[in-house]
Design a protein around this ligand. Structure first.
Ligand code: SF4
Length: 373
């Protein structure tokens, strides 16, 4: 049985501390180990929020490693096309962090690369991997969970792409990208995965539509972690090619029934919470959000995106989310209560009585209710 831990909230520091302390995952790291932390720093522009790994998550991780006596800590990444990690370190606050904690920052595109033969079938026989990453004792992958325009989602499996030279990263896009990602993951296995799910993007890996999701995830296996993330973003894990291929290649399970999701807490409700206007305008349905957690709202937004892709949304649907969400007096059509709070306080046609319901659960329940309607 796989295991993925989840914690909800918006205090990154406390959340990371609690995740790492409760699970005890750092106890096997020795003080003289060379630790490499690999965030996702795909862009190096000022509005990086929801696109790059939040430095607060990495700072908290560094502090925990320091408490353990670890002194050789490197933060390393190579950015996406048109950007560079050296600049990303500066604009996102990683440079200040490095000064404060005595960290080494490595722009992996400037690293030396070593060719590693690939043990599984796919477009490549060998892949060049940054020496810094290959030579470390402990690799901690710290991706951000978000949508991706080609692969639908990007998280732990795809985040490793940053360890290769630019030319090879570009070649990944001229072959079967999903197979290439699996090949990369057959060569390089992180020791730990800490997912930044505080805020991710709804539709793009480089950011247009950030959504607050207020959660962090921790796991040891990238296929299991990405499968839980896929469900949180509204997809069946098997519908994401690189997850399905990874599972078929024996890198981990993507069967949600074989992955135990351990929640360390419940999301925190907001006293007043209105659905962000840009999201209400994005979808034809009505959204009534009052006293909802950002987590529940974020999951609903991702589910609405999936339902919209399938042309299942209409003006005749009202989604209710949060403690004070009520069916509108002149409401017409189908009402859908999303989450335990909304179910308790409204007499909706469709009740999704889960706290918090993942985008996958919301999508499946609504799609099935519409089919049976
Ligand atoms: S059901 Fe939703 S709004 Fe209610 S506590 Fe759970 S996550 Fe928050």
């Amino acid at each position: 049985m796989g295991k993925v831990h989840v914690i909800y909230g918006n205090t990154a520091h406390t959340m990371v501390q609690r995740l790492l302390t409760t699970t005890g995952v750092l106890s096997s790291i020795q003080p003289d180990d060379a630790v490499v932390i690999k965030p996702n720093l795909v862009v190096s522009r000022r509005n990086w929020q929801g696109v790059n790994t939040d430095p607060r998550v990495v700072t908290a991780l560094v502090e925990m490693l320091k408490q353990q006596g670890v002194s050789r800590i490197t933060v390393a990444d190579g950015s996406g096309m048109g950007y560079n990690a050296t600049q990303a370190f500066a604009v996102c606050g990683y440079q200040e962090m490095a000064k404060r904690y005595g960290l080494k920052l490595v722009d992996l595109e400037r690293d030396r690369f070593v060719a590693k033969s690939v043990p599984i079938d796919g477009p490549f026989r060998s892949l060049e991997i940054a020496q810094t990453v290959l030579e470390c004792d402990v690799l901690i992958n710290v991706p951000i969970m978000k949508a991706h325009s080609f692969t639908r989602i990007t998280c732990a499996l795809k985040n490793l792409k940053g360890v290769m030279p630019r030319a090879l990263k570009t070649r990944f896009h001229s072959v079967d990208l999903s197979r290439a990602i699996v090949q990369l993951n057959s060569v390089l296995r992180p020791d730990l995965i800490l997912v930044d799910g505080l805020q991710g993007d709804l539709s793009s890996e480089t950011g247009q539509t950030p959504v607050k999701m207020e959660r962090l995830l921790l796991g040891m296996n990238p296929v299991e972690v990405d499968s839980v993330v896929a469900d949180m973003l509204g997809y069946a894990p098997r519908s994401i090619q690189h997850i399905a291929y990874s599972a078929d290649a024996g890198l981990g399970t993507c069967d949600l029934n074989s992955i135990e999701v351990m929640s360390l807490n419940q999301p925190t409700t907001q006293v007043h919470f209105q659905a962000p206007v840009h999201h209400s305008r994005r979808f034809p349905c009505q959204i009534v959000a009052e006293g909802a957690c950002c987590t529940c709202m974020g999951n609903l937004i991702f589910a609405l995106e999936r339902l919209q892709e399938q042309r299942l949304l209409s003006k005749q649907q009202t989604f209710l989310v949060g403690q004070q969400a009520q069916v509108p007096v002149h409401g017409k059509g189908m009402t859908i209560a999303v989450g335990q709070c909304a179910v308790k306080n409204s007499q909706a046609d469709v009740c999704i009585d889960v706290c918090p319901p993942s985008a996958g659960i919301i999508y499946r329940r609504v799609a099935s209710a519409l089919k049976n309607n």
